[in-house]
Ligand binder design. Structure first.
Ligand code: GTR
Length: 327
């Protein structure tokens, strides 16, 4: 009897410890989050990441990505990653703005000169700082996806900053985004991505802002027929795993995860460039009016307060300077 009880106690103690034991031999199931459809460049990147990890761990880590926001909207998914109930995912960096200070820097309007400049920043100095801030909130950044140039789209034509006055525009959940739109005279409303279509349709909002692929894949273009190439932000995206999983991974598994993430980012970036072209063609073919801006200086001139507020500390203003100094 005594022996049995002792055995049971040992078994219970072992079971309590189980989640913390590096599971070298036994298979694990990892759940991945994706806001977009499976055939979107980011969905293809995540699926590649999963395949590579499964192959290289001989299926010891089984990766399953839930596409199309099946596991919830972005802000919830970030919380779930922090708690460890979602194991990996691809996130835009703006929903981290209120949680991880350095992500504000790469959200700042008109910071990047072009795509190559944004890649140089996020693959270098900016990425290193952001990875530190994300780790502090329980998220391990492994690679950076292209987030594309974001522009304003609306139910009415927008040609100058004056046209933004009073415009009810959807933004991501981020104080920076609220201040950015206020600096343009607009009336920003934070809403989940999945609610933008119906909110445009019902008139809760008049406008939103995103890159061509998101504007097209969500069919927002059917209800907001004017796309103005403000290209006001080029905020990158992260491919990340939860710290809970990371802590338990062996060094060999971490290397596999890092390499697979980088390879998936290379694929995502290639597919991204192509998808931007295709999405633009699709919305134009569907009769959208694209308003091309050639001079964005009247827009960027209004952004001073946003820089003053969100790049205020020496660390963040130093990042801005270092990014600007990149060739
Ligand atoms: C997309 C991005 C999503 C999400 C969305 C949004 O460009 O890929 O992760 O952030 O924008 O505006 O909510």
């Amino acid at each position: 009897m005594k022996a049995m009880r002792a055995l049971r106690a040992v078994a219970l103690a072992a079971a309590a410890l189980l989640p913390w034991v590096p599971a070298t031999g036994q298979a694990q199931e990892w759940r991945g989050w994706n806001i977009h459809a499976a055939d979107y460049p980011n969905g293809r990147g995540l699926d590649r990441f999963g395949e590579l990890v499964m192959q290289r761990t001989n299926n010891r880590i089984r990766m399953r990505t839930y596409h199309s926001a099946q596991l919830g909207q972005q802000d919830e998914a970030i919380q779930q990653m922090r708690l460890g109930s979602i194991d990996f995912g691809n996130f835009n960096l703006s929903p981290f703005n209120n949680l991880a200070p350095s992500t504000n820097v790469v959200t700042l309007p008109f910071l990047f000169r072009n795509v190559a400049h944004s890649h140089a920043a996020i693959d270098g100095i900016a990425g290193a700082e952001i990875a530190k801030d994300l780790e502090a909130i329980g998220i391990i950044a492994l690679a950076w996806y292209d987030g594309g140039a974001r522009s304003v789209y609306s139910t009415r034509p927008i040609r100058t900053p004056a046209d933004m006055r009073g415009l009810k525009i959807r933004v991501q959940t981020s104080d920076l985004w609220i201040d950015l739109m206020r600096a343009l005279g607009a009336n920003p409303t934070p809403l989940p991505f999945g609610e933008v279509f119906t909110s445009l349709q019902s008139g809760v909002i008049d406008a939103a802002e995103n890159n061509y692929p998101s504007y097209e894949s969500t069919r927002h273009f059917e209800v907001a027929r004017y796309y103005t190439t403000t290209e006001h932000s080029n905020v990158p995206e992260v491919l990340a795993v939860s710290q809970q999983r990371w802590r338990r991974a062996s060094e060999a598994e971490r290397n596999i995860l890092r390499d697979a993430a980088r390879e998936s980012a290379t694929l995502q970036r290639q597919l991204w460039a192509e998808r931007e072209r295709v999405s633009r063609q699709r919305v134009e073919a569907a009769g959208v009016t694209v308003i091309e801006l050639t001079d964005r200086s009247p827009w960027s001139a209004l952004m001073e307060p946003v820089y003053a507020k969100y790049a205020a500390t020496p660390r963040l203003s130093g990042m801005v300077q270092a990014i600007r100094a990149l060739p």
